[in-house]
Design a protein around this ligand. Structure first.
Ligand SMILES: Cc1cc2nc3c(=O)[nH]c(=O)nc-3n(C[C@H](O)[C@H](O)[C@H](O)COP(=O)(O)O)c2cc1C
Length: 176
């Protein structure tokens, strides 16, 4: 199993694409936050906007993963109304206490990424080790390469801190 997990929510695929790029770079496991109800079309858009503004926490199908098994969890969301998407907020409500150190990433159209990250940190009750915000039009990897490298560099100590645990486990297994 990998030491880094990426948990993301994506309505229209942009955040999923960034999550996949990060997973390939980090050799990380990936898990999507899914929902019982679709958000496609105009009604889905309006519901998303309303939930975010009102602070409604929609029901979600959280990924079946053992968060405590990871040294680092990356949380990815689109920006909705200058906040984290409501399904990511639901995920944070369910898991905030059991999350290992985190880093955040988001995709967005033009503004609101800073307030979205603040929203997540408040709900998690902890600050992330690093953040990465990518505009939708800068999704092609060559257009955000520098920001992504800086993000990976800021997370490096946490990824390495995880390693001795794995090494110790491996060592113990060999002694037993
Ligand atoms: C309901 C809703 C609200 C949004 N609000 C914002 C916003 O406040 N600021 C912004 O820059 N983009 C906003 N967007 C655009 C999305 O953040 C952007 O398209 C994002 O890349 C979508 O990610 P996804 O494809 O993973 O769902 C909004 C999109 C939706 C559906």
């Amino acid at each position: 199993m990998n030491r880094v997990l990426i948990v993301y929510y994506s309505r229209s695929g942009a955040t999923r694409a960034l999550a996949a790029e990060l997973a390939a770079k980090l050799g990380a496991d990936m898990a999507a936050i899914k929902e019982p109800r679709s958000r496609i079309g105009v009604s889905g858009f309006l519901r998303s906007m309303l939930e975010t503004v009102r602070g409604t926490l929609p029901p979600i199908e959280p990924p079946h993963v053992d968060l405590s098994a990871y040294a680092l969890v990356l949380l990815g969301t689109p920006v909705w109304a200058g906040r984290a998407a409501s399904p990511m907020r639901s995920f944070l409500r369910m898991t905030a206490r059991s999350l290992p150190p985190t880093a955040y990433f988001c995709t967005y159209g033009g503004s609101g990424h800073d307030t979205a990250f603040q929203d997540m940190a408040r709900r998690q009750g902890q600050r992330p080790l690093a953040t990465l915000a990518v505009r939708r039009r800068e999704l092609p990897p060559e257009r955000h390469a520098d920001a992504l490298e800086a993000f990976l560099t800021r997370m490096a100590p946490a990824r390495q801190r995880g390693a001795p645990v794995e090494a110790a486990r491996h060592h113990r297994a060999h002694q037993e």
